[in-house]
Write a protein of this length. Structure first.
Length: 202
């Protein structure tokens, strides 16, 4: 039986936000190529590209920040549950419910991570916030499309996995390195540099 092509997975990342992503992440072109290639595939092909092992924690994902690593492990577990549901059931309502739960959890985790980054004074906070905002916009778009057409859930899952790999091994790892560097600076110096100076108005 010939495979039928589902709705096209046109990621707004590869269109509207290409320049912004490139500015935030020099390696974003590789990620965008993967996503663009995926749009030409069928759901069945994408499912064959995935396996349960893709959603297992690997130490190469570790950022060195325990709280963020816990968030990442939770994201992988939730994605794994979506994958197993896709394997075991054709019930789109169950997948839709899991994706919406994932989206809510992701937003809360992003907010917690951004608070941590803000408190630590991360210089690239604006880029991190933008990356988070763009992912949530993309996720909202495709959850809405899935609800209308009962279409490309495997492609959305593959997109989320690729984004996770890119984000955890670049953006969040950069934050982990920054936090480790901060921990080696004496607290007295950190306090001194953050104190406002009347002489220079900073």
């Amino acid at each position: 039986m010939k495979e039928v092509r589902e709705m096209n997975f046109d990621c707004i990342w590869t269109e509207r936000y290409r320049a912004e992503l490139k500015e935030m992440d020099p390696d974003s072109e590789r990620f965008l190529r993967v996503v663009k290639h995926m749009s030409s595939l069928t759901n069945e092909t994408v499912m064959r590209m995935l396996s349960e092992g893709h959603f297992a924690w690997n130490e190469r994902y570790a950022t060195g920040v325990a709280k963020i690593d816990r968030h990442h492990k939770k994201r992988l577990r939730m994605m794994q549950k979506i994958y197993l549901t896709l394997c075991q059931s054709a019930d789109h309502s169950r997948v839709d419910k899991l994706l919406r739960k994932f989206r809510q959890s992701l937003q809360k985790q992003f907010q917690a991570e951004e608070r941590l980054m803000r408190r630590s004074g991360l210089p690239s906070l604006a880029e991190q916030e933008k990356d988070h905002r763009l992912l949530l916009a993309e996720l909202d778009k495709h959850i809405e499309a899935l609800q209308r057409s009962q279409g490309a859930a495997p492609k959305l899952l593959y997109f989320l996995l690729q984004w996770f790999l890119k984000h955890s091994t670049s953006n969040d790892r950069e934050f982990g390195a920054y936090m480790r560097q901060q921990s080696r600076v004496p607290r007295s110096l950190v306090t001194l540099f953050r104190r406002k100076s009347p002489a220079f108005g900073c």
